[in-house]
Design a protein around this ligand. Sequence first.
Ligand SMILES: [Zn+2]
Length: 419
Amino acid sequence: MEREQDDHAAIGKRLELFFNDSTVGAGLPLLTPRGTVLKRVLTRFIEDEEIKRGYLPTDTPVLARSELFKISGHWDLYRDNMFVLESETEEKLALRPMTCPFQFMIYKQRVRSYRELPLRYSETATLFRNESSGALHGLLRLRQFTLSDGHVICTEDQIESEFLAAFELVRYVFDTLGLDGYWFRFSRRGKSGKYIDDPNAWELSEAALARILDSAGIEYVEADDEAAFYGPKLDVQMRNVWGKEDTIFTLQLDFALARRFEMTYVSEDGSLVHPFVIHRSSIGCYERTIAMLLEQYKGKLPFWIAPEQVRVASVGDSSAEYANAVAEELRQRGIRAEADVRSETVGRKIREARLMYIPVLAIVGDAERSAGTVAIRTADGDQIADVPRNAFLEACSMLEGSRSKRTNADFFRPATARV
Ligand SMILES: [Zn+2]
């Protein structure tokens, strides 16, 4: 069935990116070297972008004493979703389902002044949630995942501008990845008992979020009983290939946890004031974002994201050395390139590269070796012969830098022939 072929799990298997093994367990996918490279491309992209936008990176433990989660409210309100562990003392430990309590402890490490705010913490965080086995699916719903998590700690006056800055980052990520078909959802508290009992904080935070969204002209649908247990959220929603809706990124306003953690700062008049917290992700959960990318591009990832960007295939043994040299030059430029110098037919090498959606295949035989050129085939079916070696290297770097959605073959054509 066609849709099954388009499911990210099938694509991920075909492209040798990840797989599941029942001995390891459900909801715990293993990323292969190719899948790991793909995730690393996204990690480096977003970590660098966050640094540019004033975020401070943190690196905090994946487990903690129950004491920490009692303060945050996770122990009372979220424990069913957590993996709880025994320790040598009486007290239990738990694997973290969120990063917030840890970054709050970094904030609390010393006295803070209003002059330091806003403080924007980010972390590429491994998180654990005890999802029911029926809910697990490919890379979309997992028991262990990696979130581009972060918390902006700010004054009341900074809430709006910081929220909109976090929102702008999400938009930038969507545009750069080339993802579309998403919409925004305002997730409010519901009547179930899974929320922090602080009616005043809820009223203020829901009103503040509505005001920010309305004044910025952001269109959204509303959903009751979908908020985080500590505050309302703006969720970015997408559908997978089966039509099922999922939250990809999320921005949350929190008027409650800073009080519970006794976080304060010294205000301009010298008094101690509680800050406000914006919980946010930028590229979301890496695994889920990879799933959406694979489905949206049907596996044919843009050049800058593809785990193997260029494959250099030799025609016959006499051009193997040349193929290796070209691939090595590409790697020196930071391009992810492999040489295929097996003694297979060139037809087979072309077919295999096409099945793996390698964006650029460079074919080199005796003619190319003596002329110092390469012949190119892109994953989109473009073919260009006699591209001088240096022009080819240059074009690959330009393609990488352009972050173009499609492998633009014009980069490989001589300047005079470019459209
Ligand atoms: Zn958080």
